[in-house]
Structure formats: C-alpha cells, structure tokens
Design a protein around this ligand. Structure first.
Ligand code: 5GP
Length: 197
C-alpha cells in the first residue's frame, strides 16, 4: 500500500467526533476524504449506503473477514460489526487524498500500529460519561437498551485516551473544531505532533 496520510478520530459514541470529522472534511486546504466503513448494523433513516457506511448482513461481513478484505474490523457491539476495507483506503490514496477515519478506539489504535509513520491518531474526550448519556439520549437514534450498551463501553474507551497521539477535549464545540483543524493542518505539513495537553 502506498499513498497519503491517515487521520484517525476515535472516541466513545456521542463524544462529537463525527461532527469534528465532518468539519475537517469541509476544509479544502486539508485535502481529506472520508474512509467509508463497512457495518452490519442497521442503516439509520438519514444515512446513505456508500456515504455513511457500506451496509451488509452479518454473514456477508463474516465472509469478507474470511477473505481478508479488512484492514481492521471489530465487533463493536454484539452482532454489530464495523470494519475498514483495504479497497476503500487504496481507492482514496489512488485519488491522491489523505484519509480521515471515524472509528472506535480499538480500530483507531490498530491503524496507528499498522501505519505508525503516516497516522495521526486523535482521541476526542467528552466532558464526562454523564454528559455522553445526555447527548446520546438527545440524538435518539438508538433504543434505551442500545444507549446503555454504548454508555457501558464508554468508560472502558475513555481509559485508552493516553495511547493516542493527541487528545482533543470536546467541552466547547467551536474550540474543539478550531483545535482539530490546526492540529491536522500542522501534521499534514509534516510538523511534529505537539505534546499532549
Ligand atoms: P455508529 O453505530 O454510531 O455509527 O458507530 C459505532 C462505533 O463504531 C463508533 O465508535 C464508530 O466510530 C465505530 N466505527 C465506525 N466504523 C468503524 C470501523 O471501520 N472500524 C471500527 N473499528 N470501528 C468503527
């Protein structure tokens, strides 16, 4: 695999990483393209196949694991598989893009380990697990059960923050967006990653 750089944003569900990733994608100076993951979770009403995710059944997903089509994959929640297809990254690199990921902490660290010299791995830290609960309830894309599953996982995920190259505190969105933009722009210019705050 040859190509550009990889920018990974990982965080517990509801911490605002998707908002940050969307903001960065809109900045033309960064030349970023979104790595569309594959998933076996059901499509949410406003999501589009090929834009938000490549949706597939659990058995299709398992077949693609067997075929070694994934750069990394994870059963993030029971029967909800998520993974990065090798072909997706090759396609975006062939277009001359830097690739940005919105993936869970395990997947994020796995990508960093595979491509340490060309990956910036950022952890997005929410103010607290209680705040996450409020945000997930407000978003109301998931059932109560699923929200609780995500909250239970959040504490474990928070503990992985020190393994990332940089931690962005998403306490105030505009500040986090600005900080993320500056960080990614500097990394793409080849500057060293600043010390963790
Ligand atoms: P959601 O169901 O809210 O879209 O995503 C659930 C979690 O799975 C999020 O933390 C999301 O970042 C993560 N995720 C999405 N795509 C991937 C992927 O390709 N690999 C891994 N490991 N996690 C992913």
């Amino acid at each position: 695999m040859e190509g550009g750089k990889l920018i990974v944003f990982s965080a517990p569900s509801g911490s605002g990483k998707t908002t940050i990733v969307r903001h960065l994608l809109a900045q033309s100076d960064l030349n970023l393209a979104f790595s569309v993951s594959a998933t076996s979770r059901p499509r949410r009403p406003r999501e589009k196949h090929g834009e938000d995710y490549y949706y597939m059944t659990v058995s299709e997903f398992k077949q693609r694991i067997k075929n070694e089509d994934f750069l990394e994959w994870e059963e993030v929640y029971r029967d909800n598989f998520y993974g990065t297809l090798k072909a997706e990254i090759e396609r975006l690199w062939a277009e001359g893009k830097n690739v940005i990921f919105d993936i869970d902490v395990v997947g994020g660290l796995r990508i960093k380990k595979k491509f340490p010299e060309r990956t910036l791995a950022v952890f997005v830290k929410p103010p607290s697990v209680d705040e996450l609960k409020i945000r997930l309830k407000k978003r109301s894309t998931e059932s109560e059960d699923k929200i609780n599953m995500r909250i239970a996982k959040a504490s474990v995920e928070m503990a992985t923050a020190p393994q990332f190259d940089f931690i962005i505190k998403n306490y105030e969105l505009d500040t986090a967006l600005e900080e993320a933009h500056e960080l990614v722009a500097a990394y793409l210019r080849g500057e060293p990653i600043p010390a963790k705050p």
